[in-house]
Design a protein around this ligand. Sequence first.
Ligand code: SF4
Ligand code: SF4
Length: 351
Amino acid sequence: MNKDWSEKNKEIQKLLSKEATFGEAIRKLIEFRNELFQQITWIAEGYPEKAFYQMPYAGIEGYHSKTLAYSIWHIFRIEDIVAHEMIAEDEQTLFSKKFLKKTGSPIITTGNELEGQDIAEFSKKLNVQELYLYAKAVKESTDNILSRLQYKDLKRKSGEETKQKLIESKCVSENENAFWLIDYWCGKDIKGLIQMPFSRHWIMHIEAMQRIKNRLCKIARKGIDPVAICGLSCNHCFLGEWCGGCRTEYNTCSFAICSEGRICPNVKCCNEKSIDGCYECSELETCEKGFFVPSNDGANAAKAQSLYIRKYGKKEFLKVQARLHEKYEFEKVQEIIGQDYKEALRILEEN
Ligand code: SF4
Ligand code: SF4
């Protein structure tokens, strides 16, 4: 488990145990959930639709054997059911905000009953943007419920009536891989529910999602030119695990994501000029488009790299990058060659 997340979770659970620190525990829990949810936002906003139904670890034991869409559905269906049927005792967000229709989901269950290819087929049917909005709505609704809780509520446990209500709701499949959830949830008090569906369960599935998307990016980058269109090296980028590079559909370069239509201006410009990259452009030295905008910290480094490629070719460029990154950390390399592009070119030539 991610060490930082594990430590934060442990601290929250400790604070939750004492009345004096209960308020702080809830505040930290909501903060932590915001941090974790950011991972889901990046994934939902960054990847192409097909990424959400791929199963790069199909058949392998573990949460990462599922899809990105299934993981989001599963985390938030469980939270929605538990938060509303068991704690707030009101209507689930799936129904109150009409997300069943909006997401296009063929099921109302947690998805535990799905196996193998059925998971991919189910995932293909989901509208990913609506699924993301559903997840967001469930999270916000749970955060509200958490904020209203008092220390004395933590010991509250659901009775037989809630159990029957859960069975009748059919939100948990009768399949043996799913039905155990009802006994599991009903065996816990509210503190126990906070510990699992609202925090630890998120960590486990979000970590699995990270593994899935890293693998998808790795597959996308296989055999693809690692030299980015602006002259950066995808092989040496700190976002390597997040991004398939700007020559694939998995381009999650932060610069592309923030640009209009999610298309990087340098990629757009090179496509319009029908050139391979900015290093083939006669306007490179004076260009201030996209990544080369003077206010961008990485502009000089990228421009110098493009100039180097123009002069010595991509092969030599990748070699010099490898040598620099052997000597220094990514940030240091950017700092060294990030000041003035002519000076940076000289440094690249000397390495
Ligand atoms: S800034 Fe644009 S060209 Fe450069 S790596 Fe990112 S997407 Fe590719
Ligand atoms: S004008 Fe700028 S962004 Fe466009 S290809 Fe030339 S160097 Fe790249």
